[in-house]
Design a protein around this ligand. Structure first.
Ligand SMILES: NC(=O)c1ccc[n+]([C@@H]2O[C@H](COP(=O)([O-])OP(=O)(O)OC[C@H]3O[C@@H](n4cnc5c(N)ncnc54)[C@H](O)[C@@H]3O)[C@@H](O)[C@H]2O)c1
Length: 339
């Protein structure tokens, strides 16, 4: 089965969606839309089979595709996704899904009522590295997860409408919700601002997952060097994910610490033993994440798979971001997530 697809928003990221949809055997790129005529014409020239529109209403009225991908700025996600769902399209929305969890909720409910699929482009979940990390955690190879430490810092692009938490944490939240596989219980956030807008440009988040697993995120637009590194420490083995490594992005260390008591009755003398075994770097899938993502979307539309990044996952990220906002305002107090 092939599905027709359209893309709205052809700025920085949208063209990647268009390219992956156009080259996928199960999709036909039939419609493109951007409010900017010059951009539309430039990208339209690559895809002669696609019809070009400057407004989504016009596209939906005359060339409604099975799947509409939305890659416009966040403020417009909710409105455009709503229009497309109401017109009967399945929808893939760029991250973050919306501006608030109330908006995200509305989209999740609308998609359910209309029996349409809602996908969120949490691209990292489709990388070979994150797939491997999830496999390592789920298989028990690391043993119980003890904690996660993540650093996502660089000289960032200062965004006009969001702070560093909304810009960078969606990636960590999507990855951690997916690999930890536990419910996020609460969020604490501290941050500071060094720019005239007063938005946080350096922030530290602490996430508490069920089962006592804590994750610490360091986010910054003000770092002289770029770091994208996550440590997942397990009781048996630990893993380091360095997204900037060209090949060996995931390294598994067979290192651990064991505690023994000389006298288990009194627990007075503790024996600490260290184990330092090998490090290995598993071979990872090198497929482009968006191509793997389109494979999964086609399978979901065919009824052969379920999505790892649907509306529910998108909404969970929004809820965590809102909790971080509240905690920032409350000087780092723990804000719990309902459920
Ligand atoms: N998944 C990822 O890794 C990733 C990477 C970058 C950006 N993004 C996300 O993609 C989205 C877009 O980001 P970007 O950097 O490409 O933005 P951008 O500003 O470069 O492009 C947005 C495009 O949308 C068009 N547009 C805006 N409103 C429109 C409307 N109502 N109708 C039609 N066209 C409209 C603009 O003319 C522009 O060409 C954001 O949500 C961003 O978070 C995701």
């Amino acid at each position: 089965v092939t599905f027709t697809a359209g893309v709205v928003g052809l700025g920085y990221w949208g063209p990647n969606l268009a390219r992956n949809l156009a080259s996928h055997p199960q999709f036909r790129l039939t419609a493109l839309c951007d409010a900017d005529r010059t951009r539309l014409d430039r990208h339209g020239a690559f895809y002669p089979a696609a019809r070009c529109f400057t407004s989504l209403q016009e596209l939906l009225a005359t060339a409604r595709p099975d799947l509409l991908a939305i890659a416009t700025p966040v403020a417009s996600h909710h409105r455009l996704a709503k229009e497309a769902l109401e017109a009967g399209c399945h929808v893939l929305v760029e991250k973050p899904l919306a501006r608030t969890s109330a908006e995200a909720d509305e989209l999740v409910q609308l998609a359910a009522r209309r029996e349409r699929h809602l996908f969120v482009d949490h691209t990292f979940l489709f990388t070979g590295a994150v797939a491997e990390i999830r496999k390592q955690v789920a298989s028990g190879a690391l043993g119980d997860l003890l904690y996660v430490d993540s650093v996502r810092i660089s000289l960032g692009l200062f965004q006009p409408d969001v702070d560093v938490v909304w810009d960078l944490a969606p990636h960590d939240l999507a990855i951690l919700n997916y690999v930890v596989g536990r419910r996020l219980v609460s969020v604490r956030a501290l941050g500071s601002s060094h720019n005239p807008r007063g938005t946080a440009d350096v922030a530290y988040l602490h996430l508490d997952y069920e089962g006592g697993i804590g994750a610490h995120l360091h986010l910054s637009w003000l770092s002289p060097v770029k770091v994208r590194r996550m440590i997942l420490a397990g009781r048996r083995q630990s893993l380091i994910y360095d997204d900037l490594e060209p090949a060996e992005k995931v390294k598994i260390y067979d290192h651990g610490v064991a505690f023994d008591y000389n006298d288990p009755e009194t627990q007075r003398q503790v024996l600490v033993s260290y184990r330092k075994g090998d490090m290995r770097a598993p071979a990872l899938s090198v497929s482009e994440a968006l191509s793997t993502e389109m494979d999964e979307i086609a399978q979901v539309l065919d009824g052969r798979a379920s999505s790892r990044a649907g509306g529910t996952e998108g909404r969970a990220v929004m809820q965590a971001l809102e909790a971080a906002d509240r905690s920032l305002k409350a000087g780092g107090a723990a804000v719990s997530l309902d459920g």
